[in-house]
Design a protein around this ligand. Structure first.
Ligand code: SAM
Length: 537
């Protein structure tokens, strides 16, 4: 599970530099998809051209490409890729078009077909919903699609859209949230659709190998949940490096906030209603402090605001919170009855309200349909020990591995903090694949492996050893359902290849919402080892 802000940056990378590309008076012709021969002066290298026609696998561009194939049809897209027309946008920079939204992309944007008489071509427009008629302005084109800004919702889908739900004045401009205008139930449905599509497009598994994908588990808090935000700002230019007159309005060039949708440019953000109250209260004084000394900054800065229990007040039962801004400071959170500490700059889930439901769901799923009671837990990519520690009462032995030595220090500390018997939970720093060498003495039939990798998923070395290890249950938790689908597809295929009569079945698969109001979805899959034809092994 990762930070949606990093995913947001990923999204911005998918539509990079809108303003840089088009802010100039004469846009580069290839940005707007004009046929190649008109841009002979700007010939791209063969490698760049190949890259343009082959989005990096599992990247946001690749995910969007699959959504586009679903609308236009594979045959048409393949033909256009072969004859080179896949990059020939029929739409020009700043063309304004009226569109009917057909569906929502996995990134949360509306997808429409460009108006006829154009050849099949998709237009991607944020903040709109299926069935809506919208006006949109094109700012960039890519493979078989153009990206466009929403100008106006001409005919809203009143069954889904209710503008009075929007709680943030920046919604519609900021890249952070996509879904504030729809009910929470609809958001959860859209996230389920994203899981369904990811497994269809990226697992390479027949539908028959997958269970009915469950409904998405909701977050108890839908606003005021984010325990971490990272607004950023650029340093002033040389000519701007004088102290500001604080009685005057802040100058136009100074923006402290998040990315504007579809760009890498920062927009000024004074408040973020999806963040916790502690963070919202701290944002204004932090901004004022920066503005008063902006002339001293020589480089842009990514700020950190992290919600923590007040460590100086832990004895009181008042649950006092503070905002931590120092990357090295220690943050403390409570999840269920357990306490967790970690360094503010290192990984910890950003929605405290959903962590008890998440870990309880994982625990219940592990013990639900198994005749053998698992006794050993392996927590790969364990961070500061969230799953290890929350699930430790249900296992005899727990071990975790994690690349960050700092996180491992805190995982060990967290075991002590929660009075877990000495030696029950052990943690080591290193690549996740190294764990298999250290759990050789674990009884595979009574062992559960939890995997919670970063967005890029697991590597082949890890999957190869997982398949050889053959533990009773694998729980795959992921913030990137596309790499999760790829990895699960790979695990099932490699098991088949082993020919020893054992395989994994995907017992359950469903999303859990760590990031309400956004299109990001976390997904949890339970894989159970079975004899190929006899059922549970
Ligand atoms: C999505 S986080 C999950 C952390 C933890 N399970 C939790 O829920 O708090 C992924 C973690 O994997 C770690 N990581 C990244 N690459 C790794 C690797 N090759 N081996 C082990 N850990 C890795 C990151 O440092 C990060 O803490």
């Amino acid at each position: 599970m990762a930070d949606p802000e990093s995913a947001t940056t990923g999204q911005a990378r998918a539509h990079p530099g809108k303003e840089q590309d088009f802010g100039r008076k004469k846009p580069r012709l290839d940005d707007v998809g004009t046929p190649k021969k008109q841009v002979s002066k700007h010939k791209k290298s063969r490698a760049a051209r190949k890259r343009d026609l082959n989005p990096e696998p599992y990247s946001p561009e690749d995910v969007l490409h699959r959504d586009i194939i679903q609308i236009i049809g594979k045959e048409v897209v393949d033909k256009a890729l072969v004859d080179g027309s896949a990059k020939n946008s029929p739409l020009q920079f700043h063309d304004e078009v009226e569109l009917e939204i057909l569906s929502i992309s996995s990134g949360g944007d509306g997808l429409a077909l460009a108006p006829t008489p154009h050849p099949p071509w998709v237009v991607v427009v944020p903040f709109c919903l299926p069935g809506e008629k919208v006006r949109a302005k094109v700012y960039r084109s890519g493979l078989m699609h153009s990206l466009a800004d929403l100008v106006e919702v001409v005919t809203p889908n009143n069954e889904l859209r209710d503008q009075s739900r929007v709680q943030c004045k920046y919604f519609g401009t900021c890249a952070g949230c996509q879904y504030q205008m729809v009910s929470y139930e609809t958001q959860l449905g859209l996230k389920r659709d994203a899981v369904v599509k990811a497994f269809k497009n990226f697992s390479d598994l027949p539908e028959s190998s997958l269970p009915e994908i469950g409904s998405t588990i909701g977050s108890p808090l839908q606003y005021g949940y984010r325990t971490k935000i990272t607004p950023h700002f650029e340093a002033p230019r040389q000519s701007q490096r004088q102290p500001l007159d604080l009685a005057e309005p802040t100058p136009e060039w100074l923006k402290i906030g998040f990315n504007k949708v579809g760009t890498r440019t920062t927009m000024d953000i004074e408040d973020c209603p999806i963040a916790t109250k502690t963070i919202r209260d701290a944002l204004t004084p932090m901004r004022e402090g920066i503005i008063s000394k902006i002339h001293t900054y020589k480089r842009g800065v990514s700020l950190l605001l992290r919600d923590s229990l007040d460590m100086s007040d832990l004895a009181s039962s008042l649950d006092k919170h503070v905002c931590i801004t120092d990357q090295k400071a220690i943050v403390r959170e409570q999840v269920g009855g357990m306490s967790f500490e970690y360094q503010a700059g290192s990984f910890f889930q950003n929605n405290n309200s959903v962590l008890e439901p998440l870990t309880t769901y994982v625990k219940n799923a592990i013990f639900a349909h198994t005749s053998v009671m698992p006794t050993h837990l392996v927590d790969a990519y364990c961070g500061a020990g969230l799953f290890s520690i929350m699930l430790s009462p249900h296992f005899e032995v727990v071990t975790g591995i994690e690349l960050s030595a700092d996180s491992i220090r805190f995982a060990t500390r967290n075991a002590e903090l929660n009075n877990i018997p000495k030696g029950k939970c052990t943690f080591r720093a290193g690549d996740a694949a190294n764990i298999f060498a250290t759990v050789k003495s674990f009884p595979p039939g009574e062992t559960v492996l939890i995997i919670d990798p970063p967005r890029k998923g697991c590597d082949e070395n890890f999957i190869r050893q997982l398949v050889e290890f053959k533990c009773n249950t694998v729980v795959y938790v992921s913030c990137n359902v596309h790499t999760q689908a790829r990895d699960i597809g790979m695990i099932l295929k490699k098991m088949e290849g082993h020919g020893d009569g054992k395989t994994y079945v995907v017992e359950s698969l469903r999303g859990i919402d760590l990031f309400p109001q956004t299109a990001h979805v976390e997904s949890v899959a339970i894989l159970r080892l079975v004899s190929s034809d006899l059922g549970p092994s």
